[in-house]
Ligand binder design. Sequence first.
Ligand code: NAP
Length: 441
Amino acid sequence: MDRPLRVAVVGAGPAGIYAAEALAGQDEVPVAVDLLDRLPTPFGLVRHGIAPDHLKMRALADTLRHTLDHPSVRFVGDVEVGRDLSVADLRAHADAVVFTHGASGARRLGIEGEDLPGSLAATDVVAWYTGHPDADRARVEQAVARARDVVVVGVGNVALDVARVLARGPAELETTDMPQHVLDALATAPVERITLLGRRGPAQASFTTQELRELGHLSAAVALTDPEGLDEESEVRAVARNLATLREFAEHVPEPGKATVRLRFFARPVRLTGRDRVTGVVVERVAVDPADRLTSTRETEELAADLVVAAVGYAGQDLPGLPVSGGVVPNEGGRVLRDGAPSPGEYVAGWIKRGPSGVVGTNKHDARETVAALLADAPTLPRVEGPDLVETLRARGCRPVLLENWRSIDEAEHALGAERGRARTTIHEREALRTAARVQR
Ligand code: NAP
């Protein structure tokens, strides 16, 4: 057939954009890529995951945006697969579909009291401070407003992000693109003590050293830890660096007028306490046996907590029409497996392919592997006869946000930021984003 291969990429986060880049950047197979996102905005976790105070990392959006400008790529935002379009609809409009919609759910602690007001998943807090349109503002802000004692469960990079953002002083956040209501809520939050709980030892923590070190350089808080487990020698460089940083924290002492951020290890939450809202966390001291299994010591203590944040990982969510097992879509090098066999024309990349781990850049290699499989299959993929995807969406009453509309949002966010001397401010309401997008019927 004499037309480019039509490829739909579901999700305009890093994995989706890297997949689009790999498709548009080759000249073996002419392609026309539709890059769909359920939000009116691109960039996925670069916009709504990377902490707003990580300005350099967030600037990755400036690199990713080049792919949106590529003539073979069409951004189609504000369209949700599973609501506006089914997987079957997509298959009828595209010769190949690459699912890169990530893992947006939160893993749960599964303990008593987890649903009390004041107990949040890190995904709730991150959605709120990055201005995600689906954030539950009222729930998060009620908890943040009384957050004197904060317990963050987990010792991964997301736990550090949440702890750091809560511990920062208003002046440190002023230059970020956080919505004004987030800056106001953080400026008045009464945070005094933040405790991070690692269920295993410091050598098993999953945060990275650069992020850990940052915790030691906050102007409004002191990072502390206990010496237990820090004398261990590790041949793994990343672990040895973490231990060296933690040894420095173990020497720190609280400073008057500053909050504390304390990392505690061998500590597992067993219950959240409180009647109408969280008031504490019962923590059990655990031991780790040589086979890395956690064993109970039966020693417990209760930590005061007005806010508990479970930062224990993301979880892949079901998309009707797509197989999911253990939070990922079964696949072989990016080819979706249905009943154990590759399903022609269906691919995955990113967290929904390999699980919620790795840094943004990990998705580049991952997406390239998937695109290589797709391009190898291209000669044998049946070509669809269906109409153009955007025409179908419009006929269904959808108003997709295309590149020029996203540019209007981008301009509006710069203008909003300029009102307070900032580079940009995130527009956090879906309707406000749609207004800024100026989509013509
Ligand atoms: P993560 O690295 O998997 O960390 C999850 C943490 O939760 C671990 O400490 C884990 O402990 C703990 N945990 C899990 N279940 C638990 C339970 N039931 N009770 C107590 N603790 C529990 O996940 P993440 O922090 O969500 O990060 C996801 C990915 O994004 C990671 O690859 C991360 O590096 C990346 N990321 C990177 C950055 C950055 O580069 N700055 C920022 C944010 C996220 P165990 O190890 O014992 O299971």
